[in-house]
Write a protein that binds this ligand. Structure first.
Ligand code: GLN
Length: 473
């Protein structure tokens, strides 16, 4: 039999209702595993004490047959999502001692659903990175092979779920930070439609790109968490009503668009074989494969790495040691600013702030920022056009499985990790990564993922595509 902490949300909710398990036993199983494994994995920056009142209240609701499947379920929270009374540092020295004075909207919704929080998880500083190596508090290890990265920036959330140190987790995704770590640790990761989930109480990185979403052990679990956190919010004016975009029927058989021209030799040979095998299996199950052309996709990564740093440089400007964040004091006011930001920010964060400031400066804004923004609009139109002939568009989530610590030491090779994931953030469309088996590296089996993008607000089609992969795998 599965241990309680190894269960999915769906399984744990059923076991709680069948009285095979109490909320306390489920909590203890997760927290004991977390304390046992965290010294090696560094998935959590902090494991919380039990909230006895919340555990008792959840048990009461389960006993009263409350329909919320999240009631009594222990979850992990990325360190950039606020939980009232707890530290939220975004894995940065800058916010090391920042304690949230309110709940993020998603946190409030999960509390209302009866969920419990095991702790806050490690990440790349301010969510910039693809390996969790940029955390100010040390990297997180991949539970599948501790000599490798778990992906990033939500690497702590991914490792916590994959190692069963919680039942599921939330992450944030600006360019792939939920989907890429999900792929590298064998999980399902969803980036919702821009505006589907409130960003209130998420420490902002790239405000036009950021979305909060689930990292889970199954597609059903991703759907349960997504349904719990989504919806309009008066605290975030970019949230959208349910009918902001045309409705999409979920077809019985999917038309899967495949942009073969993008699957170049940079995709590892064994990843390509697994991807083709998954597509073949989908075709045998009655789904149709359609060729699609997305000519501007080759410029998506360049556009992303102009737009995202531009937004980062603006969002992080408030962290200056005067208004917010780590405060160093020098001889002059200028020293105060310079020392606070030099001590508070890590190398990657500083690089992006510099890059962002540059592309927004007069004289360069037209050449870089405005051009990237124009490319973004073209990409969106291209995808909308492609969706006239298909329901989802499929890629491998990453070019290769999890890499070793230190392997991608130059920034550009790290940025290439996002080549297939950034477009969904630029277009605002929802996207999901679902496990598609594993490939071998140095005698170890390492998970990889298949990535689907769907039209705006067609998350249900993504869940259908994800379930179809789970069935044929
Ligand atoms: N890896 C990407 C970056 O470094 C994406 C980060 C994210 O999605 N938060 O920008």
């Amino acid at each position: 039999m599965k241990k309680p902490n190894e269960m999915t949300i769906e399984e744990a909710a059923r076991a709680l209702r069948a009285r095979e398990l109490s909320v306390r036993e489920l909590w203890d199983a997760c927290v004991e595993a977390a304390h046992a494994k965290n010294p090696e994995l560094n998935a959590y920056l902090e494991i919380f004490d039990a909230d006895d009142a919340a555990i008792a209240a959840a048990q009461k609701r389960v006993d009263a047959h409350d329909p919320s499947l999240l009631c009594g379920i222990p979850l992990a929270m990325k360190d950039n999502i606020l939980i009232d009374g707890h530290i939220a540092s975004a894995a940065s020295k800058m916010l090391e001692n920042y304690r949230a004075t309110y709940d993020a909207t998603v946190t409030g919704k999960l509390k209302d659903a009866g969920a419990l929080f095991v702790g806050r998880t490690n990440m790349d500083e301010f969510a910039m990175g693809s390996s969790t190596e940029h955390s100010a508090f040390g990297p997180t290890k991949n539970p599948c092979d501790p000599s490798r990265v778990p992906g990033g920036s939500s690497g702590g959330s991914a490792a916590a779920v994959a190692a069963h140190l919680c039942i599921a987790a939330l992450g944030s995704d600006t360019g792939g930070s939920i989907r890429q770590p999900a792929a590298l640790t064998g999980l399902v990761g969803l980036k919702p439609t821009y505006g589907a989930v409130s960003r209130s109480g998420l420490i902002a990185m790239g405000s036009s790109l950021d979305q909060i979403g689930p990292l889970t052990k199954s597609v059903t679990d991703a759907r349960i968490l997504y349904e719990a956190i989504r919806g309009m919010d008066t605290m975030d004016s970019t949230t959208i009503p349910d009918d902001a975009y045309p409705a999409h029927e979920v077809p019985q058989k999917l038309r899967v668009g495949v942009p073969r021209h993008l699957l170049t030799e940079s995709v590892s040979a064994d990843v390509r074989i697994a991807f083709d095998a998954t597509l073949d299996a989908l075709a045998r199950a009655g789904h149709t494969l359609v060729d699609v052309e997305l000519p501007t996709s080759s410029h998506a990564l360049a556009a992303y790495y102009v737009i995202m740093p531009a937004e980062v440089s603006t969002n992080l400007a408030r962290l200056d040691g005067i208004r917010y964040g780590h405060a160093a004091r020098g001889k002059t006011l200028l020293d105060d600013y310079v020392d606070s930001r030099t001590e508070g920010f890590g190398e990657e964060t500083r690089r992006r702030i510099l890059l962002g400031t540059f592309v927004l400066s007069s004289g360069y804004i037209d050449a870089y920022y405005r051009k990237a923004d124009a490319a973004r609009a073209v990409l969106r139109r291209e995808y909308e056009k492609a969706f006239e002939s298909c329901d989802v568009i499929a890629f491998p989530t990453t070019l290769s499985p999890a890499f070793k610590f230190g392997e991608k030491s130059d920034p550009v090779s790290m940025y290439l990790e996002d080549i297939f994931t950034v477009t969904a953030n630029l277009t605002g469309m929802p996207a999901i990564s679902v496990p598609m088996g594993s490939v071998e590296r140095e005698g170890k089996q390492l998970p990889i993922g298949i990535h689907f993008t769907a039209p705006h607000q067609a998350e249900e089609i993504l869940f259908a595509a994800g379930s179809a992969v789970e069935k044929v795998r």
